[in-house]
Ligand binder design. Structure first.
Ligand code: RIB
Length: 273
């Protein structure tokens, strides 16, 4: 096969660069690429299948040395067509589910969901709401299942857009339920809940306990500081980049699989029922 000159660029595909989870992830990726004199070529994909296809084609036309993919629209067929068949090294993470024939890195989403549920249980919350996006990606679904494995029928599920606005919008539904606590499946949703509750004169945590997920930096700065389940976001980006660079240097290496732990961060948005 043709020997190509290294371009020293890596295609990085994320769903939503305005979500601090993904900008922090990219920060971690960039840290590691920089050490090795690589630079990222960043594509914001939304949840748009056509945009994702286009990004794959254009990035490979521009001769990137590898791909880091955190988006969910890509199908296994596309991975085969654009990446595997062309011997393009890649690593997929977060919103894209694990592939067998590739390096993978993830966090323990099921455990994260359980941690959130157990925390609310211990505080005595009997009825809760869980806020999820309209279309659950595999990682978010595992988180959801971990939570539901503990709350089951005592949880009302509300689906909305995965954004601050989505969180705010779901408040009108939450108040119709008997819930005293809410699990927002990411921190952005939790921030939206704060505003929504404030607008109708409800207090966090006195009226509703709120727990988020991700531990983006802002969660420590909002009032009340947000109780959340932390993903090691920077480390996730760094490790993904390290694994990809290792793969580029040594294409014959056995597939590497890494799972990073999550942990509960107790702050002030949750309290006793
Ligand atoms: O905030 C973005 C969320 O979607 C995160 O929880 C991350 O895991 C992603 O899939």
């Amino acid at each position: 096969r043709m020997i190509m000159k290294e371009s020293k660029t890596i295609g990085v595909m994320v769903p939503d660069i305005t979500n601090p989870f993904f900008s922090t992830l990219v920060r971690g990726i960039e840290d590691v690429l920089y050490q090795d004199n690589f630079i990222p070529m960043l594509c914001n994909i939304d949840k748009d299948y056509m945009k994702e296809n286009n990004a794959l084609e254009e990035l490979s036309r521009r001769g990137v040395d590898g791909f880091i993919i955190a988006t969910s629209a890509i199908s296994n067929e596309d991975i085969d067509l654009f990446l595997r068949k062309n011997d393009h090294p890649f690593i997929i993470l977060d919103q894209k589910s694990f592939e067998e024939e590739s390096d993978t890195i993830g966090t323990d989403d099921f455990t994260g969901g359980e941690l959130a549920a157990n925390h609310l249980k211990e505080l005595g919350h009997k009825k809760v709401v869980v806020i999820v996006p309209h279309k659950m990606t595999t990682n978010i679904n595992r988180r959801f299942e971990g939570f539901m494995s503990i709350y089951g029928d005592d949880a009302t599920v509300i689906s909305t857009a995965l954004s601050k606005q989505g969180g705010k919008d779901s408040v009108s539904e939450i108040v119709k339920t008997p819930a005293t606590a809410v699990f927002a499946i990411n921190d952005e949703l939790a921030f939206g809940l704060y505003l929504g509750f404030r607008e109708i004169g409800k207090r966090v945590p006195e009226d509703y306990s709120v727990i988020g997920y991700d531990n983006i930096e802002m969660s420590e700065y909002v009032t009340p500081a947000l109780t959340t389940v932390a993903q090691p976001i920077v480390e996730l980006g760094q490790t993904a980049a390290e694994m990809l660079l290792t793969r580029i240097k040594d294409p014959k290496l056995a597939w590497q699989h890494t799972k990073l732990p999550v942990k509960l961060i107790k702050r002030f948005s949750t309290t006793h029922a």
